[in-house]
Design a protein around this ligand. Structure first.
Ligand code: NAD
Ligand code: TDX
Length: 335
């Protein structure tokens, strides 16, 4: 079995590779990553010693490169994590989101179709469902919830999902899609809420909370997300969408206070700043389909996972500093 993993130098993809490369020693893994600002070779350099793994630097929108790679490697499975993933960036500069997230997906699916890939898996997000009101805790996103997006990021991910569905229906490409809630864990780029708060608090800098901090996210440890993707690849039904959620809804303010408490820092560090335009109020996922059909279950409770994650960042301050100084950009050349 040969598996292409795109975006493997990023947060979720790198965690996925560590999990899969060691679990399936008889499978071969190729990581394709453009090493954009969010791709950090330091995240995956420890994989170099594994015999069933190799890295290719390249862009998923580069049709010639992708075609050549598929012709050479004859992949059985493709798992597409590669994306522009930060909502705030999409508000400032939407175009790269459309290029990578939509055109990149199309390029990968064209090659998958041409070279007879047995499964194309699209890593999507709960943000394609839009948001839920704060005063209706009974409402959850199911796989049947209509697509209804808010940001250029979520719109680009929804556009990709629709295209993936179209390639299944029109060309019979054997696809699956996963839609997961907010991930946390090691190797998350310090632009997302949790690593921003930890890295700033460690330096006793003010921690920015958008608006009143009332927005709710459903937090899942990255390991549990990746176990879900593994199960979809092995047990999922072609043509289906699977939701993966953390059953851990928290307001942003709760998350920030939990981190500050874990670090032994004062809540005086909290600074309420201008809200994100179009800010989604609440995400909450119904994962019962994945639980029933795949036997997927969560292994992390948020309280334990967040403590372990805070510890990881405290013990890897050199990893954060390398990013903040820009030195991480040399990691690929050096290795
Ligand atoms: P990330 O930004 O940390 O990593 C993205 C990776 O993709 C980087 O290594 C980057 O170099 C690479 N990449 C970007 N553009 C590329 C291109 N054109 N060609 C090749 N490589 C490219 O993102 P993440 O948080 O790990 O998210 C991974 C996937 O999971 C994304 O598709 C995202 O939409 C989805 N997702 C993320 C979350 C979350 O909470 N972070 C939740 C649900 C779904
Ligand atoms: O400094 C901050 N202060 C703050 O209050 C940052 C960076 C964020 N926030 C708020 C905005 C959100 O309500 O925290 C919440 C989480 O923000 P992000 O970490 O930017 O994540 P979010 O916008 O929820 O999107 C994430 O989850 C779904 C990922 O970035 C997406 O890639 C994924 O699809």
């Amino acid at each position: 079995m040969k598996v292409l993993v795109t975006g493997g130098a990023g947060f979720i993809g790198s965690n996925f590779l560590y999990y899969m490369v060691d679990k399936y020693k008889d499978y071969d893994f190729v990581c394709l990553d453009a090493l954009t600002y969010a791709g950090n070779y330091n995240n995956i350099k420890d994989l170099e010693s594994r015999k069933n793994y190799k890295f290719v630097k390249g862009n998923i929108t580069d049709r010639d490169l992708v075609d050549k790679l598929f012709a050479e490697e004859k992949f059985d499975w493709v798992v597409n994590f590669a994306a522009e993933s930060h909502v705030d960036n999409s508000i400032k500069n939407p175009e790269i989101f459309l290029k990578t997230n939509i055109i990149g997906t199309q390029v990968l699916m064209d090659a998958s179709k041409k070279y007879g890939v047995k499964r194309y898996h699209q890593v999507s997000t709960d943000e394609v469902y839009g948001d839920l009101p704060l005063d209706r805790p009974d409402l959850l996103f199911t796989e049947e919830t209509p697509i209804h997006t808010s940001s250029p990021y979520s719109s680009s991910k929804a556009g990709a999902d629709l295209l993936v569905g179209a390639y299944y229906r029109t060309y019979g490409l054997p696809i699956t899609i996963s839609r997961c809630s907010n991930n946390y864990g090691p190797y998350q780029f310090p632009e997302k809420l949790i690593p921003v708060i930890i890295s700033k608090a460690l330096k006793n800098e003010k921690v920015p909370v958008y608006g009143k901090g009332e927005n709710v996210r459903d937090w899942i440890h990255v390991h549990d997300h990746n176990v879900g993707v593994d199960l979809i690849l092995h047990k999922g039904k072609v043509g289906e969408v699977y939701n993966l959620g953390g059953h851990s809804e928290r307001t942003n303010l709760d998350v920030v206070k939990t981190i500050l408490k874990t670090l032994g820092k004062s809540e005086d560090l909290i600074e309420f700043v201008t809200d994100r335009p179009g800010h989604d109020l609440r995400y909450a996922i119904d994962s019962s389909k994945s639980e029933k059909e795949l036997g997927w279950e969560l292994s992390y409770k948020f309280e334990d996972g967040i403590k372990e994650t805070v510890d990881w960042y405290v013990n890897h301050q050199d990893w954060i500093e390398d990013i903040l100084s820009g030195n991480y950009k040399d990691a690929y050349k050096e290795n």
